[in-house]
Design a protein around this ligand. Structure first.
Ligand code: NAD
Length: 241
């Protein structure tokens, strides 16, 4: 059955964003054509084993990402702004789930963002699991703010093999959403890649906005190929007009 895209009254929207929405803000996506994240092998800088093998390199990698995020060149783009506008204007419930570890959605004005893969501007004690805000670099020599041990703090980032945050909340909203938007994500990282199918099974309308076609593209009810910052402002104003 053809789902009616324009004339349905939605009550609950789930939006999943990935590295693509921040690309126009000057932050590189995860897997560029060379399969590397900022010139590093993903398994070296985004796995517990990589951290154990070479903590210095991993601390340094996230310190550099944080510095870049806080530099004057990086700011939210029209895609982030459009989603913040949607959250503000929509009368029903919106849930913004991001795989991104940057804070560009918040800077654009989005109020409740579920950072399922963690946040660059946070660090965590490996012994107590206490989480602290940080804009500064830290490494294996930094004394932890709670247990005072050096080497206790790690980036508050979900690495491969670790369980993403907010999974119960995410499952709940997916089960009741009637519109699912996937923006700037390649659909290669699980479990986020499965969210569309959960929403679809509940009868939600599923829409993908991505620069390039993805492996999941044929499964969406509708796909728009192009840059999120070009597509989202018009898409959102037309869609909810
Ligand atoms: P990904 O790199 O695997 O995929 C990004 C997708 O975005 C690609 O399909 C690409 O075609 C598309 N894209 C690129 N530019 C775009 C644009 N302007 N508009 C729309 N789409 C665009 O990223 P992913 O699926 O998010 O998975 C990567 C993982 O990497 C996440 O877990 C995340 O934690 C991490 N990561 C985060 C950031 C960030 O926080 N900004 C940056 C890099 C990687």
């Amino acid at each position: 059955m053809q789902k009616d895209i324009h004339h349905k009254k939605f009550t609950s929207i789930v939006i999943l964003t990935g590295a693509g929405i921040s690309a126009e803000s000057g932050i590189k996506t995860f897997r560029d054509e060379d399969g590397l994240w900022e010139n590093h092998r993903v398994e070296d800088i985004a796995s517990p084993e990589g951290f154990q093998r070479n903590p210095k390199m991993v601390y340094n990698f996230y310190n550099e990402r944080r510095k870049q995020l806080l530099s004057n060149e990086v700011k939210p783009n029209r895609g982030h702004m459009a989603l913040a506008q949607l959250e503000n204007d929509f009368k029903g419930q919106t849930t913004l789930i991001t795989q991104n570890v940057d804070d560009l959605h918040e800077r654009a004005g989005s109020k409740s963002v579920l950072h399922m893969h963690g946040e660059l501007l946070k660090m965590r004690c490996q012994f107590t699991n206490q989480v602290f805000l940080t804009k500064k670099s830290f490494d294996e020599k930094t004394a932890c703010l709670c247990c005072h041990k050096p080497g206790a703090l790690r980036p508050h980032i979900v690495w491969f093999g670790e369980v993403p945050f907010y999974m119960d909340d995410i499952q709940r909203v997916l089960e009741k959403c009637d519109l699912f938007l996937s923006i700037g994500t390649s659909g290669q990282v699980y479990p986020a890649a499965m969210f569309m199918q959960v929403a679809r099974q509940q009868g939600a309308l599923t829409i993908e906005i991505n620069k390039d076609p993805t492996a999941n593209s044929p499964l969406f009810d509708k796909t728009f190929h192009g840059k999120a910052g070009d597509i989202l402002p018009d898409f959102i104003s037309n869609f909810f007009a």
